[in-house]
Ligand binder design. Structure first.
Ligand SMILES: [Ca+2]
Length: 482
């Protein structure tokens, strides 16, 4: 067996089904795709295709669980730049638009732009350049793009290694931008331009909580301005987040401090998401940050109204290496992208990978529910109810013990016909069987009573008696409710 597993690992087969369990968080992590090259960003179309970027210029698709050849390959520039963000239009079903953020070289300059594409079955065509001239460089190219709850496209940009750009309203560098999906400027932007907030160094993660608060991640400094002090900021339109004038807890009038900074620790935070999926209830409402240098997923609970962090925790520390993005799939699971092939990591054999986080003890059936120890209702058929109130009906024909007992008592003349009929009526009262014909009350046919008696005295088996009950259901004396 061991030999088989090793062979499968070499063939790269096993990771697709192999799940690593983390009982301390109640989740397991499985590989969705592997042998990728620096995956950077991920999004889903309503028809359940997974679109993701590889930094070296490939736009790739997973369809029906199968990773396909690149749909598009762009000749990208930059070092830390490349093909970065991808976003699917909220109205994709009508317009088939997707959006890409990428770095390109021209003459001696490096620049970033956001381009809209039209996707058909297996084809993609460039539709429109929405925004160009975002300063680029070997480092600090920003690159996250995401639609907000207001339907606008938000874009994070880096200062391209020139800190003063962050404070310059004539530059698109070191900013969070906000545009309409056709590239025009929304009427309510703070400076009558694409710029939404300023004073950022290299933000790479944005998401909104259920109240619409925008929270962004940002790489802290290295070099002349000190090190570490990565930031998490609550973004208000028209606000200045301080780079390069303040870092950490430093203050200056008119400049916003982060809700959380990492002090002397370095996470190198990238993609981020508020988790509101229905599959991992213990994580509901928490903010997850993919960290590169930090080699972990950071889990934060905010009290944004009071500008406070309730708790924060490093999870999966060192388990998957550098993490670039985190996102919730339409299936309600959390997905993370590794970044171990970017020259700064220690790639494992199948890196890079897209990983899916699912609950460790997902309860999807009566058997799961039973195994988890939730209460069983001895009805017909039996039912199991989870702590969340979800009810699973056993998928086999069995006769509840109390029916068997009452049938035996009835056949021994300990209880009357009427009492036994009342017993069957209890099935109706339990909501397992529904009395379909109001006139049928207490009109159990004689032969049913006889078969119950034979069954109770061992002359016919469970299956035959069940068939009798089934006959009543077929004739609509009784109706099963599920
Ligand atoms: Ca700042």
């Amino acid at each position: 067996m061991k030999g088989i597993i090793i062979s499968l690992i070499i063939l790269g087969v096993i990771p697709a089904v192999y799940a690593q369990e983390f009982p301390e968080y109640g989740v397991k992590v499985e590989t969705v795709a592997d042998n990728l090259t620096i995956p950077w960003s991920i999004d889903w179309t309503p028809d359940d295709r997974v679109f993701f970027t590889e930094r070296n210029g490939n736009l790739r698709v997973i369809e029906g669980g199968v990773l396909k050849e690149p749909l598009l390959t762009i000749g990208v520039g930059g070092v830390e730049g490349g093909l970065l963000g991808v976003a699917v239009d909220p109205n994709f079903e009508e317009n088939n638009y997707i959006y890409l953020y990428y770095t390109y070289n021209e003459f001696l300059t490096t620049t970033n732009k956001v381009v809209r594409y039209v996707v058909s079955e297996d084809k993609i065509t460039e539709d429109k350049v929405l925004i160009d001239g975002i300063p680029g460089g070997p480092f600090h190219d920003g690159g996250r793009i995401k639609f907000g709850p207001d339907g606008k496209l938000y874009i994070t940009t880096g200062e391209a290694g020139i800190p003063d750009l962050s404070q310059d309203l004539n530059s698109l560098g070191g900013k969070i931008l906000r545009i309409n999906s056709d590239g025009t400027i929304p009427d309510d932007n703070p400076w009558n331009s694409e710029i939404y907030s300023i004073g950022h160094r290299n933000p790479q993660g944005i998401d909104w909580d259920s109240n619409g608060n925008l929270v962004a991640t940002e790489h802290g400094p290295s070099g002349w301005r000190g090190a570490a002090h990565d930031e998490i900021n609550v973004i208000m339109p028209g606000s200045n987040y301080g780079w390069p004038d303040i870092i950490g807890d430093e203050t200056k009038p008119g400049l916003q401090n982060p809700i959380l900074h990492t002090g002397d620790d370095t996470w190198a935070p990238s993609g981020a998401v508020f988790y509101y999926g229905d599959k991992i209830p213990q994580w509901n409402g928490k903010y997850f940050v993919a960290t590169l240098r930090g080699n972990h997923l950071h889990m934060i609970e905010f009290d944004i109204e009071n500008n406070k962090v309730v708790s924060d925790e490093k999870i999966f520390q060192g388990n998957f290496g550098r993490l670039r993005d985190v996102a919730t799939g339409p299936d309600g699971y959390l997905y993370i992208l590794t970044s171990n092939q970017d020259g700064r990591g220690s790639p494992q054999i199948n890196d890079d990978r897209i990983l899916r986080i699912t609950p460790l003890n997902a309860i999807n059936s009566f058997e799961d529910c039973f195994a988890a120890g939730f209460p069983i209702m001895e009805s017909y058929p039996r039912q199991c109810r989870t702590g969340d109130g979800e009810n699973f009906v056993e998928d086999i024909i069995i006769i509840p013990q109390w029916i068997q007992d009452s049938a035996i008592l009835w056949s021994d003349d300990v209880i009357s016909d009427e009492t036994f009929v009342d017993g069957l009526q209890e099935l109706v009262n339990y909501g397992v069987l529904e009395n379909a014909n109001p006139d049928s009350e207490n009109k159990i046919p004689k032969w049913i009573k006889n078969s119950a008696k034979w069954w109770a005295t061992g002359q016919i088996d469970n299956q035959t008696f069940v068939q009798s009950i089934q006959w009543m259901m077929d004739k609509e004396f009784l109706r099963v409710q599920r």
